[in-house]
Design a protein around this ligand. Structure first.
Ligand SMILES: [Zn+2]
Ligand SMILES: [Zn+2]
Length: 260
């Protein structure tokens, strides 16, 4: 939390809401009760955004019955209600519109994206399968096009870990701006603005990078802070995200902030 201001604009709200936290209702470690305990101790308001997705049927909130139970549980707790939906998950797209009215906000994530041949790519790829080893920039381009489509098509408020990209690409060239070239940044920022989707500053993945944040802020984008915490030592921790937001001169006015 900070009481400073930037250019006369308050930054008091920066770091007071962690809008991306997981519980053991999907793949987090903590029960909702334990999570609330940690949040209270750290003085941070929590937005629970468990995975509502059929991509892992055993672990995620993957059907309507589980979704009802999930929402009832959140309703009874002193937390903001959300859900992390997967781009290209059929269950997510089926229920997203109705879920909007039952949540305080919705989070959308690229956890996999379709390739031109109909197969799926993973942003967690550590090695590039054929033929992408020979065409890494093309793969990046396909991913950025998917991100632009994601913010345009999903009825979400926040794009989680927005610039996350395969480690296999960073192993070829570790300068993130060699992949997030300026023109790709501009396109993604423009798409998010056009669809009123905020960019998450991810404490877990330590992104977006500074140039992206600064450009997005100058273009008028909004930002949320998220720990993407799954473990007790991650939830409600926003130190890196607050520092990154401060470097980009993000103030309360650019924050995606949920009034309670
Ligand atoms: Zn995610
Ligand atoms: Zn998450």
């Amino acid at each position: 939390m900070t009481d400073e201001s930037v250019g006369g604009e308050s930054t008091r709200r920066l770091g007071t809401q962690d809008l991306h936290v997981h519980t053991n209702m999907s793949d987090g470690d903590l029960s909702l009760e334990e999570l609330v305990g940690v949040a209270n101790r750290l003085g941070v308001t929590i937005g629970v955004a468990d995975h509502v997705s059929s991509r892992n049927r055993a672990m995620f909130v993957s059907d309507r019955v589980r979704l009802e139970a999930y929402l009832d549980t959140l309703d009874a707790a002193p937390v903001l209600r959300s859900a992390e939906l997967c781009w290209c998950d059929p269950f997510g797209s089926e229920i997203a519109e109705s879920l909007r009215g039952q949540c305080d906000y919705l989070v959308g994530s690229n956890h996999g994206f379709p390739l031109p041949d109909g197969t799926f790519a993973s942003p967690w790829w550590r090695e590039l399968p054929t033929p992408w080893g020979e065409r890494p920039q093309e793969l990046m381009e396909v991913m950025v096009r998917n991100l632009c489509d994601m913010v345009a098509r999903m009825p979400i408020d926040i794009a989680a870990h927005p610039t996350f990209m395969p480690a296999a690409l960073l192993a070829i060239e570790d300068d993130v701006e060699a992949w997030w070239i300026s023109e790709r940044e501009d396109r993604f920022i423009e798409a998010a603005l056009a669809n009123d989707v905020a960019f998450e500053i991810s404490n877990r993945y330590r992104l977006p990078h500074d140039r992206f944040l600064r450009k997005a802020r100058e273009a008028g984008a909004r930002f949320s802070l998220g720990s993407d915490g799954h473990h007790a030592d991650q939830v409600a921790r926003l130190d890196w995200a607050v520092a990154a937001a401060s470097r980009a001169e993000v103030t309360d006015r650019q924050l995606f902030y949920v009034e309670r």
